[in-house]
Structure formats: C-alpha cells, structure tokens
Design a protein around this ligand. Structure first.
Ligand SMILES: Cc1cc2nc3c(=O)[nH]c(=O)nc-3n(C[C@H](O)[C@H](O)[C@H](O)COP(=O)(O)OP(=O)(O)OC[C@H]3O[C@@H](n4cnc5c(N)ncnc54)[C@H](O)[C@@H]3O)c2cc1C
Length: 297
C-alpha cells in the first residue's frame, strides 16, 4: 500500500528543522530513518501532510565519549551503534543493536527514531532504561534534558512538545564491577520481539550492590519494577532471589496477546529472558566474554 500524498522537506540544520516543524504544526512529522513512520503512513496509522527529513543534518549521528559519559547522536543508526567502539566496550549495547530487525532496517533506522516512535516493542528504550540514560531535547523553547523514563506518556505517544526533537542520548559508562545484558526473543529477524529483557548490575563480592531491570514488548510502555530490583539489591544473587525478582517484574508486565503469542506465552518468554539476562550480566561482571544475541523461534 502507498502512503497518502505528502510534501517532503529536507532540513539542513537542526534549527531549520525545528522552525519548519513549528511552522507546519501538527500536519508535519520529523523523518529520521523512516523505518517506522513510513510503515505507519502506508497503514494509514498516521497521515502527516509534511515530512521534515532530519537525516542530512550534520553532527547528529556521532557516538562520542567524554570521560565516563557516553553520548549517542539521535541520528546514529542501529548498525552504526552495533559496530561502534562503544558496543565493543559495552556488550549489552552490541546485544541490542545487532539484533534489531534485519540489516536493511538496521542500516536506516535510528536510535532517536526508536525513542521518538514510543513503540514498546522497540529494543533501544528497554536497554536505555537499565543504563539510566538521559535525553537531550531541543525545541522552539530551547534545550532540556529528561530521563528516558519520562519520554513515553503512552503507547506511540511521547511527552515531546510540538517541534521538539531528541538530539542526543547520554549515559555513564558502568563501573568496572558491573555487567549488563540484553536479550530478545523473535519469530524471525525482520519481526519485532515477542519479548525482551535488559539488565545492568554491579557486584560487591557476593552481593548485588546495584541493579536495573527492564522488559520490552511487555505492555504499552517499557516495564520496570523497583520492587523486583529491591529483592536483589544488597543481597546475594541466589537462584531463589533471582526467581523471586524475575517473577515480580513479570507480574508487573501486561503483555498484549497478538500474532506473536498469547499473554501466557509472552509471560513465560519474559520470565526466561530476564533470568537469562541476569545470568549473562553476572558472568560478564565476573570477566567472562559472552556473545549475547537475540533468540529466534
Ligand atoms: C520490518 C521491520 C522490522 C523492525 N523490527 C524492529 C525490531 O525488531 N526492533 C526495533 O527496535 N525496531 C524494529 N523496527 C523499527 C526500526 O528500528 C525503526 O528504525 C525505529 O523504530 C524508528 O527509527 P527511524 O529512524 O526509522 O524513525 P522514523 O520512522 O523516521 O520515525 C519514527 C517516529 O519517531 C519520530 N522521530 C524520529 N526521529 C526523531 C527525533 N530525533 N526526535 C523526536 N522524534 C523523532 C518521527 O517523527 C516518527 O514519529 C522494525 C522496522 C521494520 C520496518
């Protein structure tokens, strides 16, 4: 199916894009990789009359590190991030980026678009919750930062204001006694996950000193659970503690039955994924090199 007719505008600067988006108001959408937006338009899920293409704006796709702070430009593609030095240093980033869809989608789709779509099935938001990422957003009223946890109001709906764009994603590199993992289960490469799980944890001897857990494709927004994290934080990572924490975060999930599976099936998948992610994170924390990857049916 073709999308309804629209006007295409190519922005050559960030301020130019913001001014145009402000002028055109609700009839316009920012276009990054188009891997979600064009699908929505073809399905008549969204019918903007104007697209403002961000992809030629210089400087918005850089992946840099300043001290222990990482900065990923919103226009960095999934493939660029998966192949970056950052992914080499932080295996959970490689786990996540290298498993998104297929090579074609990975080479066009951007991290900013994955966040801007507010799609709970997208992989990056789940991982970024466990890295306590913050987003730099620039709009007509200036620049502000917000925790990634404040971006999504509801499914497909962000808290961004009119003409406001995500420009950067920032997070601190985890400390040396930390490990992370990202795991997703998919029917096939070009399909969104049936479920996904991300973990970032730190160990202090036998005790888990810090932990962040998140589930994706598990409800209308990314699912987190302070209660589940509290079961593990300050305690040893025994099988029984891990089981309790995994059951607690999965109980907080609200997976929607669809062509990817029933609610019960998705809960079973999420339970396996979160336990597996914790196991990989602990082993990485202990110095093992583990090639995490998405699981395919
Ligand atoms: C076949 C297929 C399979 C896929 N499978 C997966 C998968 O397994 N996992 C996964 O995570 N994703 C998957 N995707 C989605 C893909 O990752 C998209 O690239 C991503 O979700 C959106 O990024 P984009 O750059 O293409 O954004 P676009 O489609 O251009 O934009 C998406 C939305 O975000 C807004 N937006 C874009 N950039 C910004 C910005 N900088 N600031 C604010 N708002 C912005 C747009 O206005 C639009 O509303 C799949 C897509 C396809 C077509």
């Amino acid at each position: 199916m073709y999308p309804a007719p629209f006007h295409y505008h190519r922005a050559d600067s960030l301020q130019g894009a913001i001014s145009l988006l402000q002028e055109l108001g609700d009839s316009a959408r920012a276009l990054a990789g188009g891997q979600t937006l064009l699908v929505w338009m073809k399905l008549r899920f969204d019918e903007p009359q104007h697209l403002v293409d961000l992809s030629r704006i210089p400087g918005l796709a850089d992946i840099t590190q300043d001290g222990n702070e990482v900065c990923i430009g919103a226009l960095a593609t999934h493939a660029e991030i998966a192949k970056s030095a950052l992914a080499e240093a932080l295996p959970s980033v490689r786990d996540c980026g290298s498993g998104i869809a297929d090579a074609q989608v990975r080479s066009r789709g951007t991290i900013g678009g994955a966040l801007g779509s507010a799609d709970p099935s997208c992989d990056w938001p789940t991982l970024l919750h466990t890295l306590d990422a913050t987003l730099t957003c620039i709009g007509p009223e200036g620049t502000r930062t917000m925790p990634v946890s404040e971006l999504v109001e509801d499914i497909y709906t962000t808290t961004l204001k009119t003409a406001e764009l995500i420009t950067e994603i920032r997070f601190k590199l985890p400390s040396e006694n930390s490990g992370g993992a990202y795991n997703a289960f998919k029917r096939c490469a070009p399909a969104y996950p049936t479920g996904s799980a991300a973990v970032q944890l730190s160990l202090d001897g036998e005790l888990c000193s810090e932990i962040r857990l998140a589930l994706g494709s598990a409800g209308l927004t990314t699912i987190t659970s302070k209660e589940a994290e509290d079961i593990l934080r300050g305690n040893p990572l025994t099988a029984s503690n891990i089981d309790k924490a995994a059951e607690t975060i999965v109980a907080a999930a609200d997976p929607v039955p669809d062509q990817r599976g029933s609610e019960a099936f998705k809960r079973a998948v999420l339970l396996t994924l979160i336990k597996r992610a914790i196991d990989i994170a602990v082993r990485r924390c202990n110095g093992e090199t583990i090639k995490g990857h998405h699981e395919y049916a």
